[in-house]
Write a protein that binds this ligand. Structure first.
Ligand code: HEC
Ligand code: HEC
Length: 397
């Protein structure tokens, strides 16, 4: 317990006197090996995401070697067998070349559709408790079927996907190795995908190193940005914890995506979503803006609210916001500098006010945001198993 040994009371008292706010419970861990004067709501990312007991896998994350389950998930993540017409894989909308997301403001959709929101990065998603822009899903194991089977994403039928896996000898072998089953099960495929997504983690960004006490890990300009982030600019009010999200829901007034007005296909998807999510007829016919978590309980006070977005790996995941309407981090900071967007529903967060940041301060804030991204992680497309008719590889009765 080197960390505990380093902990010394006089330093803690000094920090407390300096006005540093330490939340109870985990004081030793926070005071140990930590850069001075940092708001305690900012925390480095743990070395690996929490692992669910019902879907254990290795604690290893990129760039160390994958374990067998993660490697199986890696193949499945890139394999169009896990989609409706075997032409679209998770990686088509979560491409390593696009920060494990999709470059267009609005994601592509299943063939014959467009999506209706920006594709989140799948990177670091293992650390999230609330998944999707609406934060409505609580585990990667539960998220994968929504993606593989949802009409505007994978649109896969379980039985068909499972059948495809069962006629791929390489998968039969690997599923048996990892899950001990004679035949691959689609549920296990989702578990393996989740394990692979947990491997896509980056706990040692310059920002994390700085928080752990390496003063030189980030530039002076970024340190100015950090002070603004947790001070004058007030970002920390919503963007806190290791993932830089309170995982609460706020309306910040993001502008409407122009696609809604310009693209018939977009209208199709949007109306479909309204219908599928059980909206009443008036909304179905008249709503023009994405009402966010209103979809869940249909409460007026939820209109326009989205999960606070995590801020890691942003360097590679432009454009930003649920509909990709802000193209650069400069634009994001300008947006907040004006006090956020329009108050469309009367729900806009009272925490947003014009910030009066100078150009230099805005640039410092951007520089700071970039410290939460390490090197770009680009894995190649793995070799994907082919099909075979049932012959001698067939499991014996
Ligand atoms: C056709 C494009 C498409 C495909 C295919 C697709 N996704 Fe997504 N994914 C998206 C979009 C768009 C979102 C955001 C949707 C929303 O929040 O309403 C998303 C969100 C996610 C998130 C949420 C991350 C976060 O920050 O909360 C994860 C994880 C994810 N997808 C994983 C997967 C996996 C695993 C697969 C394959 C089984 C997959 N996706 C297939 C487009 C796609
Ligand atoms: C009131 C809470 C709140 C405050 C304060 C706040 N944000 Fe946000 N932030 C959010 C929410 C909610 C979203 C997602 C909104 C959406 O997509 O509609 C978001 C999204 C973002 C994104 C986009 C991330 C992505 O992956 O698309 C960035 C970058 C960002 N915020 C940075 C900041 C900065 C910098 C500040 C301070 C100047 C700040 N935020 C202040 C709640 C907040």
């Amino acid at each position: 317990m080197k960390k505990l040994a380093e902990f010394n009371l006089s330093r803690l008292v000094a920090l407390a006197v300096a006005g540093v706010f330490l939340v109870g419970g985990d004081m030793a861990a926070q005071a140990a090996g930590r850069a001075k004067g940092i708001d305690a709501r900012l925390q480095p990312l743990p070395d690996h995401p929490p692992l669910p007991t019902d879907n254990p896998s290795g604690t290893n994350v990129f760039p160390s070697k994958m374990d067998a389950k993660q490697e199986l998930g890696y193949m499945l993540f890139f394999d169009p067998k896990m989609g409706g017409d075997a032409s679209i894989a998770c990686s088509d909308c979560h491409s390593p070349k696009a920060g494990w997301g999709f470059n267009d403001p609005i994601s592509r959709g299943y063939p014959g559709t467009v999506h209706w929101r920006n594709s989140n990065t799948a990177f670091n998603s293992g650390y999230l408790n609330k998944i999707f822009w609406e934060g409505g899903t609580t585990s990667l194991e539960a998220q994968a079927p929504v993606a593989a089977e949802g009409a505007v994403a994978g649109n896969g039928s379980r039985d068909m996907m499972e059948s495809r896996l069962r006629f791929s000898p390489e998968y039969v072998k690997r599923f048996k190795e990892v899950f001990g089953t004679e035949w691959p099960n689609v549920e296990d495929a989702y578990g393996a995908m989740a394990a692979f997504e947990r491997y896509l983690s980056q706990p040692n960004t310059p920002y994390d190193k700085f928080l752990k006490g390496d003063e030189k890990a980030i530039s002076e300009k970024a340190k100015t940005g950090l002070a603004l982030f947790s001070g004058k600019a007030g970002c920390i009010q919503c963007h806190n914890t290791p993932m830089l999200t309170d995982e609460k829901f706020h309306d910040i007034g993001v502008p409407d995506a122009p696609e809604f007005e310009e693209n018939g296909m977009q209208q199709v998807t949007y109306r479909y979503q309204l219908y599928a999510k059980g909206s009443h007829e008036e909304d179905y016919r008249t709503l023009k803006s994405d009402p966010g978590i209103y979809f869940k309980q249909k409460r007026e006070k939820d209109k326009g609210k989205f999960r606070t977005a995590p801020l890691r790996y942003l360097k590679y995941t432009a454009p930003y916001m649920h509909n990709g309407t802000l193209f650069t981090l400069q634009e994001v900071v300008e947006f907040y500098n004006k006090g956020g967007g329009v108050d469309r529903w009367g729900n806009k967060s009272k925490l947003l006010k014009p910030l009066n940041l100078t150009k230099d301060e805005q640039a410092a804030l951007v520089e700071f945001l970039l410290t939460m991204s390490g090197e770009e992680v680009k894995l190649p497309t793995p070799t994907l198993p082919g099909y075979a008719a049932m012959t001698d590889w067939q499991p014996k009765k």
